[in-house]
Design a protein around this ligand. Sequence first.
Ligand SMILES: Nc1nc2c(ncn2[C@@H]2O[C@H](COP(=O)(O)OP(=O)(O)OP(=O)(O)O)[C@@H](O)[C@H]2O)c(=O)[nH]1
Ligand SMILES: [Mg+2]
Length: 293
Amino acid sequence: MSTFKAGFVNIIGRPNTGKSTLMNALMGQKFSIINKKAQTTRHRIIGILSSEDYQVVFSDTPGIIKPSYKLQESMMRFVKDTFQDADILIVLVDPKQKLEDIQSFYKQFIHSNAKKYFLINKIDLINEKQIQQVTDYWKEQLDVDYFDCISAKDQIGTADLFTQVIRDLPEHPPYYPEDALTDKPERFFISEIIREKILNYYKEEIPYSVEVIIDSFKEEENIIRIGSTIITNRKSHKPILIGKGGSMLKKVGTAARKDAELFFGKKIYLELYVKVKEGWRNNELMLRHLGYH
Ligand SMILES: Nc1nc2c(ncn2[C@@H]2O[C@H](COP(=O)(O)OP(=O)(O)OP(=O)(O)O)[C@@H](O)[C@H]2O)c(=O)[nH]1
Ligand SMILES: [Mg+2]
């Protein structure tokens, strides 16, 4: 008789190493937003895969940084949580990173009771000789349960990784109902889709100043009607976010609507507003209201 296996597989690393890209590759579906700007992911994002024999709960986490405001402190608390409940901890680095770049969490990783996986991502960007060099470098430093060079983007090494994860899952009953895909409500995913478009369409500091609130989400037979407010912590950002005659907001809205229609498999009507909330990133009450802890 085979026994059921279930566990938490938590992906950690510095910003921009491809954690969300890996999460999506493992889930076979876009769950977590991706961008070339650092600090794209702000929450712990859970993706659940269930079969007759196992349930694997992947967590994508914010990139590890030294926090300089309360929003970032909360982001780092999400990472801390994942150290605590992991059955498997996956550290992702890019080929240029060295031991000193991951010093802030390396010890905690190495001393964790979880199975330890270490992956060098983005190997599609380097040649064979360089792959050998980074492999030699890290193998000298590390003693882990699984080591590989992968490309999350091109899905090189991701199937082997998945096989190893299933092999290493502990015996345990399922944590979530078998049809659950995530622990977050639909509203969360629409707000993330909108935030991704903001990351795409605006320059450096704007995406860091905003959060997306879903004011209303009404599902009808053929359409979902969504009302959303983009809040920014700076007055001067409001006209930039809106654009001339509303042109920028329209761009964001159209792109977000298209992605949301794919995600929900339904027609979407999306209305966007912009509001200034000075200091929201440092306001504990507001942060809690926005789902940070
Ligand atoms: N060439 C290449 N680029 C990749 C790969 N994986 C991710 N990227 C790119 O790296 C950038 C960051 O990817 P994300 O998945 O958002 O990285 P992250 O670690 O989740 O970043 P944060 O959420 O900001 O911590 C994006 O531009 C991705 O397209 C890869 O295997 N190869
Ligand atoms: Mg991410």
